[in-house]
Design a protein. Structure first.
Length: 420
């Protein structure tokens, strides 16, 4: 055997030993696979990433945006799968019932929630039957009754503040819960209209993709919402503040998720964004359209002021009309932008190559983190390697307590107002 062959064998042995050590560290942390979502979580905030993936801390607070996304996706699946069509209103009602079901069922420990002990019949089918007769306006009272009953039954454990219907934290949770109804309605309405154009095609749903990528010793996985022979379709319902006007405004997290799916499935991804349109935005468009058409007919600001009335009885001012007439009749005026509830972007294979590099860097950053952590003091090393600037970090009360327990640092909880 030549010297070169001996060196090659030695290098291969060293690399094999290194990979086995790295694999043992992932096993120590209970990490069997990665995903673009876990890369995004690491990139965004190492502290909350460590809470979830290393210390296995799961917040007991409701995840309304996740429930909303799931129920919308399930109704689109139902629409695409069934020959006998339900009305859009029936799909919306079904989604709201399932949204309510998720909120209640996620209170119980078996679903990662709060309560050890339950009273009454809260199995899936029985709860679904109960919820059919519960309207949106009556649901908060139902939740409050369930909380009061189960708080007494579970007085032996520490309960988060939101489980007390008299606490301010519960009221904040209700406000967040109620914000999702309009997005559920809009997401299903616009989603069904959009997906009607591909109904009847060979559509696969929730297709799992698993591959060895990014020079990792464990696989990376992802699921596609909907997939045809030609395209991947990803449906995103977002609050108006996060509704992208153009490709550059799409969040990096959404781009890296699409990059993994597109690159390794070798398909273009259709990123479908749906958001709600507020009444104030609709009123604004109605008013501006009236002023524009009136100005084209030669009406003055005074005449517009005297004649304009919105569908909801709103008026305008002479000063506003004058300002808009000047703007609308200017040579560089490009026309009014009609409010949109849905926007679709093509995420190409070229885009996938570009943004998958972010996944690679995140994967290697995590890999390096695990390499640096000593096998004999693994958890302690990871704890300090994952520490970063907590200022402005979004945490709920459960996460705040976990951070104080693990790192000994007391933070002020700051929760995001509008979920993605």
């Amino acid at each position: 055997m030549s010297k070169e062959e001996i060196l090659t064998d030695e290098e291969a042995a060293k690399e094999g030993k290194k990979q086995r050590l790295q694999l043992s560290k992932f096993e120590e942390a209970g990490i069997e696979r990665f995903s673009p979502s876990s890369f995004n979580a690491f990139r965004t905030n190492r502290i909350t990433w460590a809470l979830r993936y290393i210390f296995e801390h799961k917040s007991r607070y409701w995840m309304f945006s996740a429930y909303r996304g799931n129920v919308i996706e399930n109704e689109i699946k139902s629409f695409l799968s069934n020959e006998k069509e339900k009305s859009i209103e029936e799909h919306i009602q079904s989604a709201i019932e399932n949204y309510h079901h998720a909120i209640i069922s996620n209170l119980f420990k078996e679903n990662g929630g709060v309560y050890d002990k339950t009273i009454g019949d809260f199995n899936k089918d029985a709860l679904a039957t109960k919820l059919k007769s519960v309207t949106i306006d009556k649901f908060p009272a139902m939740v409050a009754d369930i909380l009061r009953t189960h708080n007494k039954l579970n007085s032996h454990i520490s309960l988060p503040a939101f489980t007390n219907p008299d606490d301010e934290d519960f009221k904040k949770q209700l406000t967040k819960m109620e914000k999702e109804y309009i997005l559920i309605r809009q997401g299903i309405t616009e989603g069904i209209k959009y997906f009607a154009q591909i109904k009847g095609q060979d559509i696969k749903m929730q297709q799992r993709l698993e591959c060895m990528a990014y020079d990792l010793v464990i696989p990376t996985i992802a699921y596609s919402d909907f997939e045809t022979k030609e395209f991947i379709y990803e449906l995103k319902t977002v609050a108006p503040a996060k509704f992208p006007k153009d490709f550059n405004k799409i969040s990096l997290g959404h781009k890296t998720q699409a990059a993994f799916n597109s690159k390794y499935r070798k398909k273009v991804t259709k990123l479908i964004y749906v958001s709600s349109i507020s009444e104030s935005v609709i009123d604004q468009y109605h008013k501006d359209s009236f002023i524009l058409e009136s100005a084209k007919l030669g009406l003055s600001a005074s005449q517009i002021f005297e004649t304009y009335k919105s569908p909801r009885g709103g008026k305008t001012t002479k000063a506003y009309a004058e300002k808009k007439i000047t703007e609308f009749l200017a040579p560089d005026f490009k026309g009014l932008e009609k409010p949109e509830a849905i926007r679709v972007f093509d995420f190409t294979l070229k885009d996938a190559e570009r943004f998958d590099k972010v996944n690679y860097v995140c994967a290697q950053a995590i890999n390096t983190l695990f390499e640096k952590a000593n096998k004999n003091s693994f958890t302690q090393d990871i704890k300090f390697l994952c520490w970063s600037d907590p200022e402005g970090m979004l945490v709920d009360k459960d996460q705040k307590e976990a951070i104080q327990s693990i790192w000994g640092i007391e933070l002020q909880e700051t929760e995001e107002e509008e979920n993605e």
